[in-house]
Design a protein around this ligand. Sequence first.
Ligand code: NG6
Ligand code: CA
Length: 490
Amino acid sequence: MLLASVSFGQHPNIVIIYADDIGFGDVSCNGNRSVSTPNIDRIAEEGCRFTDGHSAAATCTPSRYALMTGEYAWRKKGTGIATGDATAIITPERVTLPSVLQKAGYRTSAVGKWHLGLGTGVIDWNRPIFPGPMEVGFDECFIIPATGDRVPCVYVENHSVVGLSANDPIHVSFSGPVGDEPTGLQNPELLKMQWDHGHNSTIVNGISRIGFMSGGKAARWVDEDMAEVLTSRAVRFIDQHVASHKKQPFFLYFSTHDIHVPRAPLPRFVGTTSMGPRGDAIAQLDWSVGEILRSLDQHRLKQNTIVIFTSDNGPVLNDGYKDDAVEKIGNHRPAGPWRGGKYSAFEGGTRVPFLVRWPAKIAPGSVSEALICQIDFLASFAELTGEPLPPGSGRDSQNLLRTLKQEDRNGRDHLVQQAGAISLRQGKWKLIEAHSGPALSRQVNIETANAPELQLYDLTTDPGETRNLAEANSARVAEMQGLLKKIREN
Ligand code: NG6
Ligand code: CA
């Protein structure tokens, strides 16, 4: 429905707020009663809340790969959770969401978590670092190279580590110690947050990490400032854009560290919720979202800006640090009604908050049950901007622009979901392939959905994926296996 005829003579701006590890039920518009998220909810109130919206995978790197390239990550080797020194997974010749928008005249910026690798060989963090975001379509970037819990614990702006001093070079290793700095394993007495599994190498800012680093002391981030630093960079991009590039539309990929581990929010959020650091990080994330919305309001950009809020994978409680996430969960259900969470092939792994505000096109307070995935942004926004996708690019991305605009209620016919096991969603049906891994991931206490036999669920009558109908529906299983085979061979 066209609510207002807005003509800025240009395409809408696009802001993707990509939260980390936020579960379907972690936002109050999807039922969180323990922490309130008024700013995130505002996107739904003023736009559309999709209830069957997905990340392409149940972990970060493959989800981001798919969002950027429009290609399922399971098609390409080396797209699993990237180490902190991984080489660039998306190479410069690839067609990506930012490169398509850039070609369509957008100014593009990436702020926050990257986790798609950098460089081509062994990265020297003391020299210009590329290829990275700027070689795949971003005009500028200010990033966490990998994750908050992996070294190097420094920001990279465009091609350089921010605040690095030439006489204190950075060394990084994921195979063994570098330098002589204390580690979480040997010096737990120095920690302000204890590790639980993994995360026991070099201590940075009182928190031990995955991997070893030495040097770069002045450049190291302070976890408790991170939300402030990243949010202000995102807002600054919008401010500067309005000041100097008014005629161009912009694309902002704001990829928050929240609520990934380590959860060490700004002091003003500490203790503001009943759920400990994980809850406080949700409150902080909501504040960050509010700052972006406020900036759009201030610049009168609300009407013609698409704002998307979603998450790279489902929720996890203890993901390697003793931060009370398990102890203080109370009645809260981070994945909402869905089974499983991060790392899981059950719906909780990829069915995430999926909120889209676009006042020029979407009626406020809409709800859509259409099946949609972040992998579809590429083809949808190519359509929006009239920018043709070169043959062979974005082959798994579907143009769902009409679904985003509420002109279509169905969305995708089918979607492949990636965790340990591969699943196929088609309408109400969900087929999970057999997988030899453990049924329960003990460290994080999440059901993986791995099982030696095929699983088939009817999500309409059994949203919790508890009754395996595979044996009783062998024809359906065979049909879906056939479709999966065809998709694989594409
Ligand atoms: C895992 C880490 C986990 C988290 C995850 C990546 C261990 C034991 N676990 O390997 O803490 O960092 O990788 O999360 O090290 S993601 O959201 O970026 O995919
Ligand atoms: Ca994640």
